[in-house]
Design a protein around this ligand. Structure first.
Ligand code: UD1
Length: 429
C-alpha cells in the first residue's frame, strides 16, 4: 500500500487549482440513470470514488465514455458522457456498495425509471453507523414497497412513484438527493421540508432542471418538485470542491503560507470563512478564486461546531483540528453530524498534539510545534488532516494507508509539492 512522506516546516506559496466536487459528481452521475438521453458531465475530478461509481453504473447498463479534459495541465477536470439508453439490471451489488456508501444514490433513480431496485445496504463505516432509514421512508411515502432482505433493500413501485409531502427530521444530503431524483419522474408534486441545503444538492437540482425537471426552491430547505413523464440529456459542469478548497486554505494557515485557490468560492464555504478568519486566516476573493494567507502573524484557537450547511461542515472537522493543534490557546471542536468521527485524534496526538476527548467534543490545546511521526490514515478526511499536520511538523511524517486519501483528493502530493511542500509518495512497504 502506498505511503506519503512529508518533511514539514515549508511555507506554501503559489496557486492550486480546485477540482470538481466529488460529492456533487457522484449524485450527478447517478442522475444519468433517469434518462435515455446522454448526460455530459464536465469538470469531474479524477478520484477512486468516481471510478467505483463508473463501475457500478456500467454494471447497471450505463454506457460511459471519456470525452476529453478541460482546463490545463495535469490537474484538468474530465468530461464523461453517460448514456443509460437501456437499464440492463437493477441490482447494486454488495462488493461495490460496501466500497462507497454513495452507491445508495442509485436507489431513487432506478426505482423511478424502472419501478424496481435492489441495492445492498451500505453497512457500517469507519465514521459511524450512517443508516439510510430516511431514504427508505421517503420512498415508501412516494408509494414504493420496500423490504430489507439478506442485506439488501428490495424496492418495488409497480404502479410508478407518486408525489408526496416529505418532512425530514434532520437534513440529510443523500436522502434529499435520492428523493429529488425520484420525484423528478414521479406522478404529481413532491415537497421536501427540511431539505439539505449543501451546494452539492443545488448542483444536482440545477442539472436535473437542465434535463427537464421542474424544481423550485433550489438553495432553500423546502424543495418543490413537479414530476414529468421523461427527462432528456443535458450538459453540466460540476461545481468546485468546497471541501478541497477549505483543506488547502487550512494548508496555507498551518504553514503560514500564501495560496491562491483557483476556482474556490467564498459563498460555498458557508461558516468556514468566518471560523478561519477567527483563527487568523484571511480569505480574500480574487478574479480567479480565493487567496488564503495569514495576516496577523500567529494562529488563535477558535471553537467550532459541525452543522448542516451553511454551518461548519463535518468534512472539514479533522483538518481544522490539525490547525487548532498548532494555534495559540484552546479550541473546542464539537462534532454533531457523525458519531465516531475522531479517529484522527490518536494519530495527531502521536505527533505531539494535546487533545482531550469528551463525548462528541474535543478540547484542543495548541502546542508550539508538532513533531513528525509514522501515522495511519483511517478515513478520507482524517487522512488529509495528517497531511496538514505533517506540513507543519518538525521532521518527517510518513502516512500509511493513503488509499483513503485517493478516494477524495486528486494528486494531493503533486498539488502541494508545486507550492513548495517537501512531500512524496512512496510505493509498497
Ligand atoms: C454526505 C457527504 C459526506 C458528508 C455528509 C454530511 C456525499 C457523497 N457524502 O454524506 O461527505 O460528510 O453528507 O455533510 O455527499 N442519517 C440518518 N438516516 C438517513 C440518512 C442520514 O440518520 O437515512 C443521518 C446520518 O447518520 C448523519 C446525518 O443524517 O448523522 C447526515 O448524513 P447525510 O447528510 O445523509 O450524509 P451523507 O449523504 O451520507
Amino acid at each position: 500500500m502506498d505511503r506519503i512522506c512529508i518533511r514539514g516546516g515549508r511555507r506554501l506559496q503559489g496557486e492550486i487549482r480546485i477540482g470538481g466536487a466529488k460529492n456533487a459528481a457522484l449524485p450527478l452521475m447517478a442522475a444519468s440513470l433517469l434518462t435515455e438521453g446522454t448526460l455530459r458531465l464536465s469538470n469531474l475530478p479524477h478520484l477512486a470514488d468516481i471510478t467505483t461509481l463508473v463501475r457500478l453504473l456500467t454494471t447497471l447498463g450505463v454506457a460511459i465514455e471519456m470525452n476529453g479534459q478541460d482546463g490545463n495541465g495535469g490537474h484538468a477536470g474530465r468530461t464523461l458522457d453517460l448514456c443509460a439508453a437501456e437499464i440492463a439490471q437493477t441490482e447494486a451489488p454488495y462488493d461495490l456498495v460496501r466500497k462507497m456508501r454513495a452507491s445508495v444514490l442509485v436507489l431513487g433513480p432506478l426505482l423511478a425509471r424502472c419501478g424496481r431496485a435492489r441495492v445492498s445496504l451500505p453497512g457500517g463505516c469507519a465514521i459511524g453507523t450512517r443508516p439510510i432509514d430516511m431514504h427508505i421512508r421517503a420512498l415508501q411515502q412516494m408509494g414504493a414497497e420496500i423490504e430489507l432482505e439478506g442485506g439488501y433493500v428490495e424496492a418495488r413501485a409497480p404502479k410508478g412513484l407518486k408525489g408526496a409531502h416529505i418532512v425530514f427530521n434532520m437534513p440529510s444530503v443523500g436522502a434529499t438527493e435520492n428523493v429529488l431524483m425520484a420525484a423528478s419522474l414521479a406522478r404529481g408534486e413532491t415537497v421536501i421540508e427540511n431539505a439539505a441545503r449543501e451546494p452539492e444538492v443545488g448542483d444536482l437540482a440545477r442539472c436535473l432542471r437542465a434535463m427537464g425537471a421542474h424544481i423550485d426552491g433550489i438553495g432553500t430547505d423546502r424543495l418543490q418538485i413537479e414530476g414529468v413523464d421523461a427527462l432528456g440529456g443535458a450538459e453540466h459542469a460540476v461545481i468546485a470542491d468546497r471541501i478541497e478548497a477549505g483543506t488547502y486554505a487550512i494548508a496555507a494557515a498551518i504553514t503560514d503560507g500564501d495560496l491562491e485557490l483557483v476556482g474556490a468560492r467564498l459563498d460555498e464555504l458557508g461558516a468556514v470563512g468566518e471560523a478561519l478568519a477567527g483563527a487568523g486566516l484571511t480569505l480574500e476573493e480574487t478574479p480567479r478564486g480565493l487567496r488564503a494567507r495569514r495576516t496577523n502573524g500567529s494562529l488563535a484557537g477558535v471553537d467550532v461546531m459541525t452543522e448542516p450547511f451553511p454551518g461548519f461542515p463535518t468534512d472539514l472537522q479533522a483538518q481544522t483540528m490539525a490547525l487548532m493543534a498548532t494555534a495559540e490557546g484552546a479550541s473546542m471542536i464539537t462534532e454533531t453530524i457523525f458519531e465516531n468521527r475522531f479517529m484522527h485524534v490518536p494519530e495527531l496526538m502521536r505527533m505531539g498534539a494535546n487533545i482531550n476527548l469528551h463525548g462528541g467534543s474535543a478540547m484542543v490545546r495548541g502546542v508550539p510545534r508538532l513533531t513528525g511521526a509514522p501515522v495511519m490514515a483511517t478515513d478520507l478526511r482524517a487522512s488529509v488532516s495528517l497531511v496538514l499536520a505533517g506540513l507543519a511538523a518538525e521532521g518527517e511524517t510518513v502516512i500509511g494507508r493513503v488509499y483513503h486519501l485517493d478516494r477524495g483528493y486528486e494528486r494531493v502530493e503533486e498539488k502541494l509539492a508545486l507550492c513548495g511542500a517537501e512531500i512524496e509518495r512512496l510505493g509498497e512497504e
